[in-house]
Design a protein around this ligand. Structure first.
Ligand code: GLC
Length: 572
């Protein structure tokens, strides 16, 4: 069996994990020093966000050298020590591969921008200004595409008189995958890390590597109020014409030649489950699994900053669609990562009265779906969003750019700040809360982003001592996946799809069946399910201490989750 089907992945955002040298930024040695946290939790894989040399315009997702470690994080020797320590503890390591774009400080780009005749000119997307327009003025860009972080997706280069494409910041020029030399160079980088002992890759925005080479304009009016005449270009670069071909080529020239089975997970915004099936069907030899975004856009309007009340029925339907819609493909399951606000504040209830229960509930619901669960650092503690009070509290370029564009286009700064408070990526990026002490034990210096003041209540040291903590609840869920094959392979059935408060589903493998019942509200509820078949079930897991045998009829208290297991006898 493929090893990652019953694995749990833990994501480390190194800048915020643990700082060993007091410079206020987390580093590789800091991870090594906290290995016991990971082994106690029981995770199988670490996904490490980028640690390569970078100008850090986008916190390392702008890479200037693919084959080294940024001094802020340590050295290649530290990296080797990390791999060795993880492996010794039975944990694999997955690297973040950011190859849709490089940094503008990468030598490939420096060479490409040097002149129009550079042999590497075609490694990036260079285009002349729009005919008849004055180069460098608004509207002269080759297309009207908005960049992900606001403003046009094209930057004018005075020296050579052309624009280059950057779907993210202007310091993240997009590589031109049409050029076979680019693809070969990326494959070389991957082989180099594999030879160093890594066990797979998480591939940043990998479904954007193939663009429609004719670069058509986007539909006017689709970029959001703050972006004026710019438009959403996604139809022309999400899952472009050669995506599957490029991934198959990568599979055949890198993964298939590696002696051990790897884990490959693509970050793929904006895809449907049909596309997810194509990307992850093992017979097609592309990727093992993908991060899809459907469930994290259900509470958004035209952009992520437009907040919309989540409808639980839509969330359940989305999960169910992906559970049953992938055929032989495989899901990755996540609530949180370094780009999303904290799940407990978003899908749960971070009021102190419900925080722990709702964090446990979200974990149980996620981990008991079919697929490989991902835990983002701090999620195992129930870390929450941050009470940012001023725009100067933010560090993330996406948040800062959005504030600037929105306020310039007339939005009320307080409203913009309010949206940032619930949606900014910095919510996920405050340091991991290790202790209730100074800077939560993250650093002896000044943290690059201040710690969440609630570390006095939410921290690893306290939770590891408390068997009822969110941390130990995660530990039990992880152990369950390792021991109960129904969690890995069981069929999935959504129950009560129209219930607006209860998330109920079963998993079934041979004669073992699990029932997961979760109440995503502060009310006492009575799910309309027949309890008879469950009368003699065991209670496998719950977030209330006194939950015993299944009640008849079923009842759930505020934010209660309970998991029952029964042996199915013929006809029941
Ligand atoms: C991905 C990363 C995000 C980054 C972007 C550009 O979405 O997860 O952090 O800003 O790609 O690399």
């Amino acid at each position: 069996m493929t090893w990652w089907r019953n694995a749990i992945v833990y994501q480390i955002y190194p800048r915020s994990f643990a700082d060993s040298n007091g410079d206020g930024v987390g580093d590789l040695r800091g991870i090594v020093e906290h290995i016991d946290h990971l082994t106690e939790l029981g995770v199988d894989v670490v996904w490490l966000s980028p640690v390569y040399p970078s100008p850090h315009d986008d916190n390392g997702y702008d890479i200037s050298n693919y084959q080294d470690i940024d001094p802020v994080f340590g050295t290649l020797d530290d990296f080797d020590t990390l791999v060795e320590t993880l492996h010794r503890n039975g944990i694999r390591l997955v690297m973040d591969l950011v190859v849709n774009h490089t940094s503008d400080e990468h030598p490939w780009f420096a060479e490409s921008r040097a002149s129009r005749d550079s042999p590497q000119r075609d490694w990036y997307w260079w285009r002349p200004p729009r005919p008849g327009m004055t180069p460098g003025t608004p509207g002269a860009e080759p297309t009207n595409w908005v960049s992900y972080f606001g403003g046009p997706a094209w930057e004018f280069d005075e020296a050579t008189g052309e624009y280059y494409l950057h779907l993210f910041t202007r310091k993240q020029p997009d590589l031109n995958w049409e050029n076979p030399e680019v693809r070969a160079a990326v494959h070389d980088v991957m082989r180099w890390w594999l030879a160093r002992g890594v066990d797979g890759f998480r591939m940043d925005v990998i479904n954007m590597i193939s663009k429609d080479p004719s670069l058509p304009d986007g539909q006017p009016g689709t970029a959001g109020a703050a972006q004026g005449l710019l438009a959403d270009g996604r139809p022309h670069f999400i899952c472009g014409p050669r995506l599957h071909e490029f991934l198959r080529e990568m599979h055949d020239s890198v993964f298939a030649r590696h002696p051990a089975q790897l884990l490959t997970v693509g970050e793929t915004p904006g895809i449907s489950h049909e596309e997810g099936r194509l990307l992850t069907d093992p017979a097609r030899r592309e990727l093992d699994m993908v991060f899809q975004f459907e469930h994290v856009t259900l509470d958004c309007g035209q952009t992520k900053w437009d907040r919309r009340q989540l409808d639980l029925r839509e969330l359940k339907a989305s999960f169910a669609r992906w559970q049953n819609g992938l055929g032989d493909g495989w899901n990755s399951l996540y609530w949180d990562n370094h780009d999303q606000p904290r799940a407990v504040s978003r899908f749960g209830d971070d009021d102190p009265e419900y925080r722990e229960r709702s964090a446990k509930l979200l974990a149980a619901v996620l981990h008991l779906h079919r697929g490989t669960p991902y835990i983002y650092q701090g999620e195992e503690l129930g870390m929450t969003n941050v009470p940012f009070s001023h725009i100067d509290d933010f560090r993330d370029i996406e948040s800062l750019n959005h504030y600037r564009h929105a306020v310039a286009s007339g939005a009320d700064p307080d409203d913009v700040l309010d949206a940032l408070r619930s949606r900014s990526r910095d919510n996920a990026r405050t340091p991991v809360q290790w202790t209730n002490g100074r800077h939560t034990g993250f650093t002896t210096g000044t943290p690059w982003l201040p710690v969440n003041p609630n570390h006095t209540e939410i921290n690893a040291a306290d939770q590891r001592k408390d068997p009822d903590s969110v941390f130990h609840f995660h530990r039990r869920l992880i152990a369950l996946r390792h021991t109960e094959s129904v969690v890995v392979d069981g069929d999935y059935t959504l129950l009560l799809p129209q219930d607006e408060q209860v998330w109920a589903f079963t998993r079934r493998l041979d004669s073992t069946e699990l029932l997961v019942l979760a109440n995503l509200s502060r009310d006492h509820v009575a799910p309309a399910l027949d309890p008879t078949p469950w009368a003699h079930a065991d209670t496998l897991l719950t977030n209330y201490p006194d939950a015993g045998q299944p009640p008849s009829p079923f009842r759930l208290r505020p934010w209660e989750v309970v998991v029952y297991r029964r042996v199915v006898v013929a006809g029941s």
